[in-house]
Design a protein around this ligand. Sequence first.
Ligand code: ZN
Length: 148
Amino acid sequence: MNDLRGLYQEIILDHYKRPRHHGVATGANREAEGFNPLCGDKVKVTLAMKDGTIEDVAFEGEGCAISTASASLMTEALHGKTEAEARELFQRFRQLLTGGEVVDEEELGKLAALSGVRDYPMRVKCATLAWHTLQAALDKADDAVSTE
Ligand code: ZN
């Protein structure tokens, strides 16, 4: 278990120091901004959606190691996912962090690196900020296609 923790810490540090998909998504057609006042983390997520699939996703912002690493890991995990898969992944990720249900960590891949955050409730918002922002961007898309 200690080896796993060490590996997880390495993944988090790596993504904090060298964030993946940092910037604006190519062909972005959705965006949202998020702020976590508890820690001061800010993030902007841009998405390029085509036929219900995330073709590209990127993030910008400033925040702590956890929020930055989480945003970076999120963008990596979301490429090529459908909107439904992205929302499902957020649910599972949130379950992992809040410990409400047993989650198959292997299924979450590298996202499981953030599982240690569940021992620090104050940091859960850091880890979920990018995901909440993603959800806001996806929800805006729903508004756009509303027939009301
Ligand atoms: Zn933070």
